[in-house]
Ligand binder design. Sequence first.
Ligand code: PEP
Length: 471
Amino acid sequence: MLPRHTKIVATLGPATDRPGVLDQLIAAGLDCARLNCSHGTQDDQRRRAREVRAAAERAGRPVALMFDLQGPKLRLSADTGQRMVEVGETICFAGAEVPADGDPDRVDVDFAGFANLVTERSEIVIGDGVPRMTAERVEDGLVTTRVVSRGPLSPRKGITVTYARPTLPAITEKDLADLDVAVEMDADFVALSFVRSGADMQALRDLLHERGSDARTIAKVEKVEGYERLDEVIAASDGIMVARGDYGVEAGVARVPLMQKDTIVRSTQAGKLVITATHMLESMVSSAEPTRAEAADVANAVIDGSSAVMLSAETSVGAHPVEAVLAMGQIAEAAEEAPQIRGAAHTVEPLGPDAALMHAAINLADDVDACALIVPTATGGTVRACAKYRHRRPIIALAHNPRVANQLALEWAVRPTTLPAAESVDELIEAALEHARDFAGLDPGSQAVLTAGRRTGTPGATNLITLRDIP
Ligand code: PEP
């Protein structure tokens, strides 16, 4: 069992498709596999989802599966040529409705009406910041631009028009088709990109319910508009992702650090999980070791209170995906020694009876220096109520349902496993103590705090805290 409390999300891609790599990622400490629907086909997502389930089964531990919907993001067409563009060069972009004209230098954008988004003061930005162009002329669906920062063009790269009029729906036709695949593959989490309001997240939740899915929802905060409405976005979501790449494109990189810190604190205080993402170990796309600055970045995200930290290109297309997960785990674990971690979480007011009960359980565990908190759970609610305190003792979550165990894999300090509900509370307590001992290697004779409900297996029925010796 890993002593690390901060969870690791890794994005799958061609680099993790190589035989054996997924098993090695899980052995290295992967907690959640992210399928980025912006890349690959739906059959790729299906295949990778099956592979995640099979590898988790082989490893004998829950691994969460996250589908990340592209949202209203514009992209260059799949047949864009791979090349560098230099400062001063003229580049012409065409919307999807403009017929091909044989010009090899023209760059097509996968969106009809692209030219209508561009205003006089617009800049066109590719990928996470470069190349960057100023718009010079808009004519017949074509946008002529001049390059102001050099950088690469490549197929399917994101393209941002700054100050664009928001004409795109929050959930596109492509997202709906990808959502069907996510539901078909029983995704544990569905993330939505470019969230602008709480209503966007409510729409995602409604679509999941209509499809009979109880996948938990993650809002990617990467638009200035979404950040300005952060409280309503947090309230309408099960978790938040600090998506630093696209936020940096729109707001400018200088504004990323404070947005990150503020989003982590506000998500934690609301009791929601929060993932810090993008460029965390970027040099490991090609290098086998992270830079010192990257190590400090991961550590700061952990110390600020992130539930999880995320790898993108490092694992999906990088040369060292397994080393990246290992390095991230080691940095996170070392950072968890920082006394400040509970700072933000300590100020959380217990919200409702579950949270109040878990708050009391945590205080008891601290007072008696318990080896662990053992929490049988039907829905995961009590476990989440506990995780938000960024408590230093492991929380052994005994989920009655394997899906809940998968979803709890992303929560701070939670070691999820499955244990069937019992007939009586006494039976549940005995089974829970033995199972937690064997699963987590708890020392017989040490003390643990255990929570339970008089109505076993019933959601919301936890009403008992007991201090027990591990048998
Ligand atoms: C980001 O922009 O930081 C991000 C996580 O989004 P994506 O990887 O989908 O571009």
